[in-house]
Design a protein around this ligand. Sequence first.
Ligand SMILES: Nc1ncnc2c1ncn2[C@@H]1O[C@H](COP(=O)(O)OP(=O)(O)O)[C@@H](O)[C@H]1O
Ligand SMILES: [Mg+2]
Length: 509
Amino acid sequence: MNSFAQQQQQQLLRGHYDAIRSQQQSQQLQAQQTQQAQQQTGGGANGTGSTIATSSSVWDKFEKGDKIGEGTYGLVYHARSKETGGRYAIKQFKGGREGDGVSPTAIREIMLLREMGHPNIVKLESAHINHSEPSLWLAFEYAEYDLYEMIKFHRDNKENRRDNPFGLMPQYIVKTVMWHLLNGLSYMHQHWVVHRDLKPSNVLVMGEDPAVSPAQHGCVKIADFGLARIFQAPARPLSDNGVVVTIWYRAPELLLGARHYTRAVDVWAAGCIFAELLTLKPLFQGQERKTPGNVLQADQLDKIFRVLGHPGIKSWPELEVLPHWVDNTDNVRVRRPEWGGTGLHSAVLEAMRAAAPSWAQGHVPQECVPPREAIDLMSRMLDYNPSTRATAEEALRHEWFRTDPKPGPNVFRMPGAAAPLVRYPRRPMTLDRIPPAAAAAAGGPGGQTHPQSHQDAGLPGPPGPPGGPGARGLGGGLSRGSSQAAAMLAAQQGPQGKRRRMENVPGFR
Ligand SMILES: Nc1ncnc2c1ncn2[C@@H]1O[C@H](COP(=O)(O)OP(=O)(O)O)[C@@H](O)[C@H]1O
Ligand SMILES: [Mg+2]
């Protein structure tokens, strides 16, 4: 490997990160100035320059847009800053049991989030707490894409050669996503933060809007981290709200009953995401047992063992103390014939062939073929033994990142390229302010949305957008949820229409 090229690549990335950091530092300075002003005027503030407003409503500062997600703890809205016009994602958390208020733990977690500053971690702009409801609103920088939608685009549009010329995800995109993701993870882990819920829908990617600084275009952002700890005791079991926490990215030590989340669980999840970027389907897609408590997720382990083989104490000595292994729950210790392990390489290549478009005639398109090094890194991230599993830093030093195509600052285009490699559709949003009459015509209440991800909910996704330039141009779309557009949608959808994609509204740009 040419060391000059290596130096050039490192310089390019360093310059890119420096640019983002200095931008973040100047934003932090601005936040400090705002804080000083707030202190002078008696407004809520904390000691680290974060903006924690306890009195003013979030909607004093932001103009509310449409719903972009419905997650575990509340809703996510698109919004614009009234001051700058900038785009944000506002996450609303509903309070716990009545009278609980927003706990000190929650506030500590927010402070933690506010202090994390890295280009590959989503930036928390401000937090707004209303103690009387109680409710909590967090304003994050807005990211146009997430890995769930990007993967789904390739899956649903595999025959569309214009917007998806490679069929599968090109190597450059896979490698750049993994490079950014591991950089964010390494930063978090160095600061003693474990994500615990890494999955494609929690990994965002910045769009290439003119309003977004060019240094941020196509930059990956880890989102939705640490927040699970904020609401440790949700008022009702999550399943009551139709929320299913997926087990597909869960590390084997947790599945076998380990109670402590370590950094290694995030690396396992990132390894699963890596495989999914290549094959467009979850690597280990087990059926979840819904029984409460720490039940053995036997089907999930079965899916893992079929590929990686049945684990043994020789390579993983701590197995002997893991509760389900000790108890031999569901005979997990007894090796079955089908647990010989097909191996990662053949499992991934087979799945890629199955996902390839028909014009590739059963072959993986050249630009998408993962070299041996890619699978080698993946197997290091999916090592059974958490203590020998690659750390994020080790993964970043892997040879794969030093071979062509090298990762770059922008996921969508190779350095210097005039056009993006793939044209991904913008984030689907849900019209949240459909007038009652139009909503009634559509046969349902206004403002319905989809679960956070269809994957999470175990549902097949809705048919993808038709693609093509007419399907985009949603940009902003804040105050454009006009009743005319709503009425057109309502008329189009008919009684089953639940998920409203604004891209599908003719003439809606
Ligand atoms: N900063 C953001 N920009 C754009 N969309 C976002 C942002 N944060 C969250 N979303 C969207 O909302 C969904 C749910 O948000 P998330 O933070 O993952 O909440 P939850 O804990 O409820 O899963 C995400 O999967 C993503 O589609
Ligand atoms: Mg999430």
